[in-house]
Design a binder for this molecule. Structure first.
Ligand SMILES: [Zn+2]
Length: 259
């Protein structure tokens, strides 16, 4: 959310009409934005004076009766066109001002309600858009994976777990251009700052591949371009490294293909 969004929320906050979530978000922003704090001060003054005005000028029974009778008179005036029409509010005098104040407050409340509803709808819409995007990305990735694993020239190699990763499994598929995709399951989510890394071991030299993390569904997926040296013969291995990846493996081997 940008500064302008918060600014828009200030008057609503001053009237204590923000919903709980917006209120929390705004309160966090206020802690770090002197500009908004200053403006909120102004709005709170306005809000306080508005509340005072409404309370002090709440019409008594008599006033209410006079307003209503004036309005019904003016309605009659509308029915009988021979009587010259007067402006309703000016004929009501100061009572009209009070009535206008009440109408204004009622209008404000309905505007606030609409504003809140609109914000909630926008938020829901943004959530849905994000969900759709994620689903589309997952679908695209799965289709790519299927193509890779079912291509006529696909080489497939299974990686088996060492005792450091019991229950884990991985499969790598690569084509003659060296485009490789690896899918892993059964590995725990890597701790913060760590990730799993793919290695191509050529002879005794480990060549670094890409890093990957396990997703919420427990799948680890990585797409990589194999080094040319690894294409004739290589052992594939997975270790846990820094999230940025390492040039040489530092963690123990968790999974590997046949040596
Ligand atoms: Zn601000």
């Amino acid at each position: 959310m940008v500064h302008a969004d918060y600014k828009e929320m200030l008057p609503i906050h001053a009237l204590a009409a923000l919903d709980a979530q917006d209120d929390r978000v705004l309160t966090e922003h206020l802690a770090s934005c002197a500009d908004c704090r200053l403006e909120l001060d102004e709005w709170q003054k306005v809000s306080a004076s508005l509340a005072m005005t409404v309370v002090l000028q709440e019409p008594s029974k008599e006033v209410r009766a006079r307003i209503l009778s004036s309005i019904s008179k003016s309605e009659r005036a509308n029915v009988v066109p021979l009587i010259p029409q007067k402006n309703v509010w000016s004929s009501l005098g100061s009572f009209g001002v009070i009535a206008a104040g009440i109408v204004f407050v009622a209008l404000m409340i309905s505007v606030l309600a609409l504003w809140n509803e609109n914000r909630n709808n926008q938020r829901r819409l943004a959530e849905l858009a994000t969900q759709i995007k994620t689903t589309q990305e997952q679908l695209a990735q799965q289709q790519k994976l299927i193509r890779q694993f079912t291509a006529p020239d696909a080489h497939m190699t299974e990686l088996m777990p060492t005792t450091s990763a019991p229950g884990a499994k991985a499969m790598i598929a690569y084509d003659k251009t060296g485009h490789a995709m690896l899918i892993a399951r059964g590995l725990p989510a890597a701790p913060a700052g760590k990730a799993y890394q793919l290695w191509y071991i050529v002879g005794t030299t480990p060549m670094p591949g890409k890093v990957f993390k396990m997703d919420e569904a427990g799948n680890g997926l990585v797409e990589d371009q194999m080094p040319t040296e690894a294409m004739k013969s290589a052992t594939f291995a997975i270790t846990m490294e820094d999230a940025n990846g390492a040039a040489k493996p530092t963690g123990g081997i968790l999974l590997h293909s046949a040596f």
